[in-house]
Structure formats: C-alpha cells, structure tokens
Write a protein that binds this ligand. Structure first.
Ligand code: UTP
Length: 289
C-alpha cells in the first residue's frame, strides 16, 4: 500500500550542550555507535520505512553531516585501488541511499523553530520528523509502524513510550485516552513536568508524523522556555484544532543524545554486532575494575 507520508525532516541544528566538549566543533549527530554515526541510523530508519525525500535542517558546524551522505571521490578511488570492495560498496551505498536537501536554521531557536524552517520544502503534505538523539532498535522500523497508524487515522501521530515516573521531568508527557491497542488520542501535553505533576508516564520520543497544519500552529506559538519555540507548544496548539494521536511503538529506544544513554547504546549495539559481538562479550566478562 502507498503511504501518504513521503517526506522526512531531520532537525540537526542544535548545539548538543549535553555532550560537550565532544560537540564543540563536530555535530552530535556524527557521534558513532560502533561504526555508524547516529544520523545514519535514523536516515536508514526513514529509508526502510519507504520515505524518499529527506530534508535536513542544519546549522553552522554541521558540514560533516552533508559530507557523510555525499560521494567521497578520493576515498572511493583509494579503496578501489586497494581492492577493498566491501568497504567501497558500503561507502557508496550511503551516498546513494537517498536524495537529501538541506535548509539552514540560522539561529538555534528551538526544535519547533527548526521544524518550521522546513516549511517551504515540505509544502502542504503530511511529513515525518526524526531526531538523531533517539535511536530505536525494532523488527519493523518505528517510523513505518507510525505510518501505518497515520494511514488509519489521517492525523498527526507522535511516538510515545512508558517511562519511570521519576524521569517525567526529562520529557514531554501526554494526557490521553486510549482508543486502540497502543494508540491514544491526545487531550493535553506538558513539557518536562515534575513526577507529582505529570498527567501520565507516557513520554513523547523523537519520532513524529505531522499534518501540514503544524506549521500554522508553530507560527502562532510564541517562544517559551529559554526563548526557544518549543515543538511541544506547537503540538498542544495543533491538538486544539484537530485530533492528534500518540502511538506506543514496538521496539527499544536509546537516548543517544545523553552521555549515559549513549554508553548504554554503545554496549548493546556492540554486543549485537555480527563482527565484534562475541569478542566484545568475552572482553566484558573478563573485565574487572
Ligand atoms: P535537543 O533538545 O537535544 O537540543 O534537540 P540540542 O541543542 O541538540 O542538545 P542539548 O539538549 O543542548 O544537549 C533535539 C533535536 O532538535 C535539534 C537538535 O539538533 C536535536 O536533533 N534542534 C534543537 C535543532 O535543530 N534546532 C534547535 O534550535 C534546537
């Protein structure tokens, strides 16, 4: 079946302050889990979900991301000359994977503002947003699962996950009615509530499918915390005009934009790696500190 969602937006213009000093001169999205940068995991998730037009919202110091998805002429010639054909085809595959268009967010005025920056490129159609901070391991790509929900309801769909009540202060938390297995209809959303004020323990994760009306909602949203235009505020406004759904996807999510989450992801992806997993497991078993 042909999905209605064809475009995906990747906001990658943030400063990544939680990961300083690693992110002083190179993008957080280029941090590598085993041997692939975070951004490649999310781009692959979108491509495997059937998305064919990718839009990256970039900023200064983000050139490495553009180079990563481009042809690397000298490197390819060098690998060819050395007969390293497996590496060559892997490198070429990355450049061929998708057509990516880049728009600049000139000032990092928040995630909501970054999404709004993509308006001219997205136009009047539903689109996905994926954040490189959230890496999801699943049998069916998480975005594909959400696209199926979008096909059913023709509405905005947010990815959600149950989190411990002690952690509600790190997320956008929804108040919602369950309408089907794993599907909720949004009543309200609260940004980073303390545990005793959180309306639930269902947290919004970095995958979204939006109807184009989110742009109008964001345009009407004034800057909130820290002078930034918050995506959560835009979602709240959108939900006042049209139904918004949340979907508890099947899969495990890693908070790779956070140092501890990144270390956890590194260990698990290392252990699952075909080439290195067994040796890495042995190494960890021997490890005594
Ligand atoms: P984060 O909240 O993780 O912000 O943004 P950040 O600045 O990257 O990281 P910290 O919190 O300071 O450590 C979530 C996503 O939104 C993008 C980021 O690149 C990240 O992928 N973003 C954020 C933008 O593109 N523009 C912005 O103005 C803010």
């Amino acid at each position: 079946m042909q999905h209605g969602v064809k475009k995906a937006v990747f906001p990658v213009a943030g400063y990544g302050t939680r990961f300083l000093p690693a992110t002083k001169a190179s993008p957080k999205e280029m941090l590598s889990l085993v041997d692939k940068p975070l951004i490649q995991y999310v781009v692959e998730e979108a491509v495997e979900s059937g998305i064919d037009e990718l839009v990256m919202v970039t900023g200064r110091h983000k050139r490495a991301i553009e180079d990563h998805f481009d042809i690397a002429f000298e490197l390819e010639e060098d690998l060819k000359a050395k007969g390293k054909h497996d590496l060559l085809s892997e490198i070429q595959r990355i450049a061929e994977m998708a057509t990516i268009c880049y728009v600049r967010q000139k000032l990092a005025l928040g995630l909501g503002h970054a999404v709004l920056t993509a308006k001219r490129v997205v136009n009047h159609e539903p689109f996905a947003v994926l954040l490189g901070d959230d890496i999801i391991r699943s049998d069916v790509p998480a975005l594909k699962q959400m696209m199926d929900v979008h096909d059913r309801y023709s509405a905005t769909v947010l990815a959600i996950q149950e989190v411990p009540r002690s952690q509600t202060g790190q997320y956008g938390i929804i108040d919602a009615d369950k309408v089907a297995e794993g599907v909720y209809r949004l009543k309200d959303v609260v940004e980073k509530p303390p545990p005793d004020e959180a309306p639930s323990t269902l947290a919004i994760i970095g995958r979204y499918i939006f109807t184009p009306e989110i742009f109008t909602a964001l345009e009407q949203t004034s800057p909130g915390k820290g002078g930034e235009i918050q995506l959560t505020d835009g979602i709240k406004r959108l939900s006042e005009d049209q139904p918004v759904y949340a979907y508890a996807f099947q899969g495990k999510r890693y908070d790779a934009g956070d140092k501890l989450g990144f270390l956890e992801a590194t260990v698990e992806f290392g252990l699952r790696n075909e080439e290195l997993g067994e040796q890495f497991r042995e190494y960890l078993k021997r490890l005594t500190l």
